[in-house]
Write a protein that binds this ligand. Sequence first.
Ligand code: FEO
Length: 399
Amino acid sequence: MHNVRKVTDDLYWVGASDRRLALFENIHPLPEGVSYNAYVLMDEKTVLVDTADWSVGKQFIENVEYVLNGKPLDVLVVNHLEPDHAATLGEILLRYPDVTVITTAKGKAFAEQFGYEIKNADIVKNGDSRSFGAHEFTFVAAPMVHWPEVMVSFDSTNGVLFSADAFGSFKALDGKLFDDEVDYARDWIDEARRYYANIVGKYGKNVTALLKKAAPLDIKMICPLHGLIWRSGIDYVVDKHQKWASYTPEEQGVVIAYASMYGDTENAADILAVKLAEAGVKNVKVYDVSKTDRSYVIADMFKYSHFVLASVTYNLGIFPTMHDLLSDMKALNVSNRTAAIIENGTWAVKSGTLMQAELESMKDIALLDEKVSLLSSVKEDGEAALCALADAIAASINA
Ligand code: FEO
């Protein structure tokens, strides 16, 4: 059975939610699911904006056919070719062989790479427009948000921006579709940040460029490919994206990420957290990087101003789960943060020097001098060093 929602008088959401998928891109956990959004515009021409993941393909096709109500599909706009959206492109081409596919030159090339033969391609460049009757779309190139072929489509008739991956989020929709149907700051922002940081976090410059291009447009509604449609809190979500894209912390606070084998490095992390609380620092998050998926730690690094990495030495190196976190931090361009290091080991303590080298290879990471070096466990001198580190962090937060 179809399951669609009306977005405007002649625009329909034809997507679906997936709560079964364990890992987005086969790497990021999805405890609350994800939605794949697509839209049908019923103008003089019928227009489908993007397709959907194969996992929701049956529901998506049923939705499209219901809205078309026997009419042929005239136009398919493909803003993004990644298979979480374009996996059903081939199905649409089979069912509507005369459809004209509007996409970028790279979009067409990627479609062919994935095995889709587009007979009627209408290749558009940045700034090109197409009229479908009452509605006119202008296409805006958005390379690397999140792939190089990406464009966004702006309906200048009613101010609807089809934003591809931009302004998206993890999380199934659970019947809701618009930002004003939920308590976004309570129920959605953490999954939106985790999506942003881990999916497009690396491409802050490109997101900033898209935000600049979009600034002069009279945007009334943002329709992304994942998550809720924005119609009430557009300023709120643009502000969040400006901060994330420029690597500006949302709040002063400290993420303590530790890698511990037998609990002694964990003990140091917990002591530091207590001393930070006693020093008046309100936002402190402590993560065991062997337990918590890295995507959550990275998301909080995008949120807060400071982080502390605490790692035991392992095979004369950084503990593997901490090494993985550092690798993701570098790949996702975590920058413009104040950081500190706690190292531990029973002999040949190396993790601190190695973590420092990793952090020095990242952009705009201000490393505090108060490095804490432990031999096996925290003793009085270690506690004093953790106290000094907490004071230094508190001072830099209050500066
Ligand atoms: Fe949601 Fe880059 O695909």
